[in-house]
Design a protein around this ligand. Structure first.
Ligand code: SAM
Length: 291
């Protein structure tokens, strides 16, 4: 079992499969990866997942870049050992064609990143005209029971702040779909940060039910039948205090903290006991809060 120096059990792994992407979102943090020089192999991912399973990891989320750009994505999903539940976050563009294969490979559910339901805004944010593909991907995921499907919506100042109600309506019209509202993590000279605090207050006011998830103590609101989860890593001490997650970068490093790039541990080409030891080392490097 992986427990860090502050008593936090680590049971979740977030694995970046690639830094390649078929969108160019204006705000993308690329999961904190600067310029990876190589891509971790499917065999190495399988080795990491088996070690992680022995050490008590119970959930894995595949991410990227865009994970569906990897031609071996279904092979990777199929390599997840029993006892670990797998999910994926995707921009949804290629999901329609892959949802069935992913389900058969053992994926339990997907997060689909979608910040707007307006085609012009979609192009403004992502640089591409692929909204119809994403909507078809969401339908396919629902059809294949990759559920609950979570829609990841990053709130962007002056772009989509007025769309929360439209998204709530969108999910009310479908079963097994949840909205996940995400606070923008600013980097570089980004001026798009929107105040999620006031949106959350509004949700709280209109909720018939509020619960708290174990994962980073995220709040979950039920507003007139629509479920909304709020993810606010900044200005939120609970986010770190209840963090149970380690990350694997697309070039094969263990990343102990979301917002730190100075404490990564290389695991490429490592196996067995040596790999286990590196997991323990990475867990020892976890910070108690943002620094
Ligand atoms: N391509 C996949 C996707 O679109 O879901 C996986 C990678 S993407 C980096 C993972 C998630 O991070 C997406 O939901 C995206 O909206 C979110 N994200 C990217 N940059 C962000 C930022 N600066 N602040 C908050 N969330 C961000």
């Amino acid at each position: 079992m992986l427990v860090d120096s502050y008593g936090r059990k680590v049971t979740n792994l977030r694995v970046s499969l690639t830094q390649r992407c078929n969108l160019a979102c204006v705000y993308c943090h690329a999961e904190g990866e600067l310029s990876p020089s190589r891509e971790i192999s499917a065999d190495q991912i399988a080795e990491i997942l088996h070690t992680a399973g022995r050490l008590g990891i119970r959930r894995v989320k595949f991410t990227g870049g865009e994970p569906l750009l990897r031609s071996d994505v279904c092979e990777i999903v199929a390599s997840v050992p029993s006892g670990i539940e797998s999910s994926m976050t995707t921009n949804g563009i290629l999901l329609e064609g892959l949802a069935g294969d992913l389900k058969r490979a053992g994926l339990s559910r997907v997060n689909v990143s979608l910040d707007t339901l307006d085609p012009d805004r979609y192009r403004q944010i992502t640089g591409k005209d692929r909204l119809p593909d994403v909507l078809a991907g969401i339908q396919a995921a629902l059809h294949e029971n990759l559920t609950p499907v979570k829609l990841n919506m990053v709130l962007l100042k002056g772009i989509n702040e007025d769309e929360v109600d439209r998204f709530l309506q969108f999910i009310r019209e479908r079963d097994h779909i949840i909205l996940q509202l995400i606070e923008l993590l600013e980097f570089n000279d980004c001026t798009l940060h929107a105040d999620l605090g006031s949106v959350e207050q509004d949700l709280r006011k209109h909720s018939e039910r509020i619960s708290t998830r174990r994962m980073q103590h995220r709040r979950k609101y039920c507003v007139n039948g629509a479920e909304v989860e709020v993810v606010r890593p900044l200005h939120n001490t609970e986010f770190c205090a209840y963090c149970n997650r380690l990350r694997v970068t697309s070039d094969g490093k263990l990343k102990p903290c979301l917002l730190r790039a100075d404490n990564h541990v290389d695991i490429s080409e490592k196996k067995g006991k040596e790999l286990e030891e590196i997991f323990f080392e990475a867990v020892r490097k976890r910070s108690p809060y943002f620094q």
